[in-house]
Design a protein around this ligand. Structure first.
Ligand code: SF4
Ligand code: SF4
Length: 215
């Protein structure tokens, strides 16, 4: 198994194992904490569906040559895994684990199944990616649509850009405080993201006890 697959599978298993054993009030706190992000993702998915389905079908899916879903081409954040485990039934996570374990190689992303991406909520990097062709076809001469897309990009930053306390950083902190670690915790390991946090005076994420104040 590749290092990439190994890291992904271990992270999924660790997150699932920990969430299954959490007291219900902490689990509920986490679910409430991701609510607005899940709503944001529904808004992006609707936008993508309405404005890019035809373009992507014509350019890539008909010829099965999508430039979006190449092997190990995307960064999966730890929070992508946590959010998916929180909102998925076990039967929706099992196919991801099976794909990682039974992977036989090839040029496509390990998560690309026969009917598309296997994630219930695909990684944020995938959701927000538009190739130059797609951007040019849909957005170049449509100012209102471009402005809608930029609005969604701004909303994305509220969850993923650590110039302030953001959800993706916080979810890593929650697991770190429980003594759990993963190579996908980029908000605590990536030199680039750590520099952004340091520049804005943000140190290690502290979430201990937050659920006690909010339950
Ligand atoms: S975003 Fe671009 S590369 Fe990706 S599926 Fe659409 S047209 Fe193809
Ligand atoms: S995770 Fe899903 S959307 Fe992202 S590259 Fe893989 S198959 Fe494509």
């Amino acid at each position: 198994m590749s290092v990439y697959n190994q890291q992904q599978i271990e992270t999924f298993r660790m997150v699932r194992h920990h969430l299954e054993r959490l007291p219900i009030f902490q689990l509920n706190w986490l679910k409430r904490r991701i609510e607005s992000y899940v709503q944001f993702r529904a808004d992006v998915a609707r936008f993508q569906r309405e404005h890019f389905t035809d373009i992507c079908s014509r350019k890539c899916f008909a010829s099965q040559s999508s430039a979006c879903c190449g092997r190990e081409g995307i960064m999966t954040f730890f929070a992508d895994v946590v959010v998916n485990v929180l909102i998925s039934a076990p039967r929706e996570i099992d196919p991801l684990l099976a794909a990682l374990a039974l992977d036989t190689g090839g040029f496509n992303c390990v998560y690309l199944g026969n009917t598309g991406c296997l994630w219930l909520l695909k990684p944020i990097v995938c959701e927000m990616f538009l190739c130059e062709h797609a951007k040019k076809s849909a957005l170049e001469e449509d100012e209102p649509l471009l402005s809608q897309w930029e609005g969604l990009r701004l909303r994305e930053r509220q969850y993923t850009w650590p110039s302030q306390r953001v959800l993706f950083d916080e979810l890593e902190g929650f697991f770190l405080e429980a003594g759990l670690d993963s190579p996908l915790m980029y908000f605590h390991q990536s030199p680039g993201l750590l520099r952004v946090k340091a520049k804005h005076g943000l140190g290690p994420q502290k979430v201990a006890g937050v659920w006690n104040q909010t339950r």
